[in-house]
Write a protein that binds this ligand. Sequence first.
Ligand code: ADP
Ligand code: MG
Length: 690
Amino acid sequence: MFLRELTHPVTDLKGIGRRAAESYSRMGITTFFNLAVHLPRTYEDRSRRRPFAEGHDGSQVVTVAAVTAHQRVRFKGGYALKVVMQDESGTAALLCFGRNFLQNTLRIGEKFYLCGQGKFQYGELQISSFETAPWHEDADPPPEFSRIIPFYPLSGSLTQKMVRRHVAALMRSSLKHLQNELPQSIMEASSLMPIAEALKEVHFPSSLDEAEQARRSLAYTELFYLHLVIRRRALKRREVHRKPVQYPGTLMNRVIDSLPFELTEGQKRSISEILHDLGQERPMARLLQGDVGSGKTLTALAAASVVIEAGRQAAFMVPTELLARQHAEEAAKILEPHGVRLALLHGGLPRRERNLLLDSLASGQIDLLIGTHALFSNDVEFTDLGLVIIDEQHRFGVMQRISIGEKGTYPDMLYMTATPIPRTLTMTIFGDLDISTIDTMPPGRKPVITHLASQKSRERVYKAVMAEFNRGRQAYFVYPRIEQGEQSGLKDARGMHEYLSQKIFPGVPAGLIHSQVPQEEKEQTMDAFKRGSIVYLAATSVIEVGVHVENATCMVIEHAERFGLSALHQLRGRVGRGKDQAYAFLIYSDDLTDQGKRRLKIMKETTDGFRIAEEDLNIRGPGDIAGTRQAGFIQFSFADLVRDIQLLKETLQAVLRILTDDPGLLKNEHSVLREVLEKAPPFKEELIDQ
Ligand code: ADP
Ligand code: MG
C-alpha cells in the first residue's frame, strides 16, 4: 500500500482518544497519513552523555545523577524546591519553580536520568527547565535520554511525549505495509532510502544526517511525481494534431480600435504571442503573467474575440463570483457592442435560468461564458469550445489546471496569474507552459506609496484616510479575521466595521465584506462601493482577488504581518488603479519579529511583484523543517521549494530521462500524489478569513 493510502482515522491508534483526536484535527491531522507526514519542527541530539561540567556555558546536559539534598529558595513570597544533584563531573541545582511536588519523586539518594539546560550562577549550575526519569541499573535508558528526539508542532492538549508515542505506534502498525513509490532502479540511481526506513528516520533519526537524507528521499518522490504528471500532459498535448483554424482577427482589431486607450507594449507582445499559438496544430498552453493592474483581462478578452469571430466559443474561469461578475461587466462593455453574446454562470442561478443558459450554450448561442469552476461541471456543454481562459490560476490545483483542458477537443488554454511566479519555479513546475509576460503598466499610473505603521500610530493612519475621504476618495480596511474568535487580540472585520463607523468616521457610509456575507448582500455592497455610495469597506482578504474600483486610494491592512507577501501585494494592487495617488498603510503588531520587519520593509521598498515573490520564498527560507513546505500555490508533505530547488532540478532531469527511455515504467502517480495534485491549494483567504 502507498503512504497516501493510510486513510485509517487516527483514533484507530492506541492511545489516541477523543481529546487528542480533536487536538490533532485542529492541525489538520485526521488520518494515519496525516500523522505520518506531521514532521518534527526540530530535533534534539541526546544520544551523547553530557555531564554537568559541560553545561556551565549554557549548553544542554544529558546525564545520570543522584539527588544529594533538598533545599529551599525564595519564590513569589514563598519558597520553591531546590534539588541538588551530583553526577561524575560535579553538581547542579534543579530549581523547581511551582513544582514543589517533585520532592516526592526526586528523592534523596536515588538516581535519575536528567536532561536540561541551565546557567552557571551564584557559584553553581542552576537548571530550571529539565526532564527526568528514574534510573534503573539493568534497564536500557529511555529514548528521551539516549537518542535524537523529535519536537513536533503541537496544539490543544497534546504534549511532545504524546505525539512521539502516537507516531511510534503508527510506525509499528503501518510501516511494514508500505510499498516504495518509485521503482528500484530509480531508487538506486538516486540513492534514496526505502520509504519505511525514510519515515522512521525522519521521525526518530539515528543521526541528523540520516534525518536529512530521509527527508530528501521523501521529497524526491514527491517532486518526481509532480514533474511526471506535468510532463506527461505536455507530451500528450504535443501528440495532438488538430486541424489548424484560420483566424481572421478583424473583430479583434475592431475591439482594440474602439478602446479609449492604447494597448501597452507588454499587452501587444502578449497578444501577438497568443495569436501565434491559436490555431496551431498543437493546442496552446500559455501562462500570461503580469502584475496586478497590468491589463491581463483585456488581453485575454482580445484573444477570446479572435476565437469567437471564427464561430467558436470561449470560457473564462475565475476563482470567485465577485470577480466573475466584474469580468462579465468589463467583457460586456468591450465585446457586446461588437455583437459578442456573453453569459455569466454562477452558483446562485435559479434552476430554470441555469437550464436555459446551458441550452443556449449547447446550441451555440453563447460565445463567451464567464464563471467560477462551476463552468466545468459535467452538465455544462459547449458546441465548440475553442479557448479556455483561467484567471488567477494559482488558486486552482495542479490537477484542476491540467484536467480542465480535457473538456472539448483540446481547446487552447490561457492561464493568467498576478502572483508573479519566481523564475526558479517557472522553469520547473510550470515547465509545461509557454510564458508571456506583461511587464509594462498602463500609462499614468502612479506607484502606490506604502507606509508602515505600528499599532500605536493607528490614529495617524485614520487621519490620513479621513483626508482622502474629504477629497472624495474611498478606502479599504482589511483584517485577518471575520469576527472575534478564541484567539483574541486580533482585530476583526465585523468589530472594526462597528468601531470605525461609530468612533472614527461617524456619518461616513461603510460596508462589510467577508466570506460569510450572503452572496446577494456582498454584491449589493460591492455595487454601492463601486458607485461611491459606500465610502469604505471593512473586509477580510476576500477582496484580495481582482476587484477594481478606481476611486479607492487607500488600503489599510491591520496585522499586516499575518499576511503572506504575495497576498499583501495583491491587496495593495486593489488601489492605485486610477489616476490619483494611492496609499497603502500596513499596520503591524508591537511584537513583530525581525523577520517580520524585514518582510514588511520589502513591501515598502518595492512594488515589483517578481521581487516580492522571490523574497517571499527567500525570507521564509530554510528555517525550521515544517515551515516552508507550502509555497502559496502547492502544498507538499516533504518537499520544500526553497530548500529543494536543487532537488527540483534533479528530479526533473530524472523524469525527462525516463519519459524518453522507458515511458511505461511508472504507473502509480495518482495514488502517490493524490492530495498534492487534486486538492486545490487552500485559498489564502480561507486560511485567514475564519
Ligand atoms: P489585471 O492584470 O490585474 O487583471 P485588469 O485587466 O483588471 O488588470 O486591468 C486593470 C484596469 O486597467 C482595467 O480597468 C482595464 O480596463 C485598464 N487597462 C487595461 N489595459 C489598459 C491600457 N493599455 N491603458 C489603460 N488602461 C488599461
Ligand atoms: Mg485580473
